[in-house]
Design a protein around this ligand. Structure first.
Ligand code: KIV
Ligand code: ZN
Length: 386
């Protein structure tokens, strides 16, 4: 079994669909360069027909990216595909990502057509795209809510037309992990020719399950994950790249490997957050400011004794210098002593006890006690200093 999982980053396309988060070409180029250094396999650079600005960004990214595949999104529309091919013409490894809705909801209510017509349009789109590039990815929009038998029919048809990757998006973030995993398994078992294509996950986070669903997809045979830095994207966002990468690193039993240089995760998270003007929630897994901070007494004592007591990731592995011991009114003597030692103090048990009682009074009035306040506490205890 091939255990290499391709990381398809769509920060610049699906991620950029966040309201109020438009990036200019310069910012997109900077992010694309960082994504390439991060080691992603595919960069979805944009939706070329959507605007002249997006076309320009995709075209410029296609010129500078040398190692990753550069991908452009289209609808199953000939003009979209022609424009995407034009934008990608300088890419070393170009990919056209085309597709159409396949769920009954999309077929009957959005596109207002029939399943037969969807099959025809899907095959046609791949045929058009194949005229320009070898690497054609097909997305079955709202696959999460598409009946498996019809989904299999569409997937089989587009592979027969030469699709190299078949994307199974849970567009509305509806599926449960078991259900999404079973969908991938069903396709593996029921689509003729499935071994000729890579199955891709593309999960949205409306129920907070995007990461779990992507991993369930991999456990059932998907070999590409579509994701964004910090999980940004439409509504509740997309699968967070940093989460799936670190899950696969930590759970070695999955034997799944990516080409991502995890030490670069923290820096790229900050860059994307700054350029998109989207703060990262402090408790965000892997890249949140509290992801490696310990503030309760019991946890602090445990971490000071041995980091593995409460940390499953070495912060250096994701580019964070070190974990931090935050002093609050819930902190204990061990944490206070640890922080005072970092400031150069060496205290006896009795001396620590005296300072600890004063520390608690300060901590009750402030959410966090900083180094400056610790220094003031120390100088208020000259006797101890002496
Ligand atoms: O969520 C989705 O279905 C998409 C497709 C356009 C790939 O973003
Ligand atoms: Zn999406």
């Amino acid at each position: 079994m091939d255990n290499r999982i391709h990381i398809f980053d769509t920060t610049l396309r699906d991620g950029e669909q966040v309201p109020g988060c438009r990036l200019n070409t310069k910012d997109k180029l900077l992010i694309a360069e960082e994504l390439e250094s991060l080691g992603v396999d595919i960069i979805e650079a944009g939706f070329p027909i959507s605007s002249p600005g997006d076309f320009e960004s995709v075209a410029e990214i296609a010129k500078i990216v040398k190692n990753a595949t550069v991908c452009g999104l289209t609808r199953a529309v000939q003009k979209d595909i022609e424009v995407a091919a034009e934008a990608l013409k300088h890419a070393k490894f170009p990919r056209i990502h085309t597709g159409i809705g396949t769920s009954d909801q999309h077929v009957f209510t959005k596109i207002k057509t029939t399943r037969e017509d969807i099959l025809v349009r899907s095959k046609q789109a791949v045929r058009w795209a194949k005229k320009y590039v070898d690497d054609v990815e097909f997305y079955a929009e709202d696959a999460g809510r598409t009946e498996n038998a019809f989904l299999a029919q569409v997937v089989e048809a587009v592979i027969a037309e030469g699709a190299t990757v078949v994307n199974i998006p849970d567009t509305t973030g509806y599926c449960l992990p078991e259900e999404y995993g079973a969908k991938i398994k069903y396709l593996k078992e029921n689509v003729k020719g499935i071994e000729k294509a890579i199955i891709s996950t593309h999960c949205h986070n409306d129920l907070g399950l995007a990461t779990a669903n992507s991993i369930a997809g991999v456990q059932n045979g998907a070999r590409q994950i579509e994701c964004t830095i910090n999980g940004i994207g439409e509504r509740a966002g997309n699968t967070a790249l940093e989460e799936v990468v670190m899950i696969m690193r930590k759970h070695n039993w999955m034997k799944a490997e990516t080409g991502v240089v995890s030490k670069r995760l923290n820096a790229i998270s900050k860059l994307v957050s700054e350029k998109m003007r989207m703060p990262v929630q402090p408790n965000k897994a892997i890249v949140g400011s509290n992801a490696f901070s310990h503030s309760s007494g019991i946890h602090q004592d445990g971490v000071i004794k041995n980091r593995d007591n409460y940390e499953i990731i070495d912060p250096a592995e994701v580019g964070v210098n070190e974990s931090s011991i935050i002093l609050t009114a819930r902190s204990g003597r061990a944490a206070l002593n640890y922080r005072l030692e970092n400031l150069g103090a060496k205290l006896s048990k009795d001396e620590l006890e005296v300072i600890y009682q004063d520390f608690l009074k300060v901590a009750d009035q402030h959410s966090v006690v900083e180094d400056e306040q610790l220094k003031e506490l120390m100088s208020a205890h000259q006797a101890i200093d002496a």
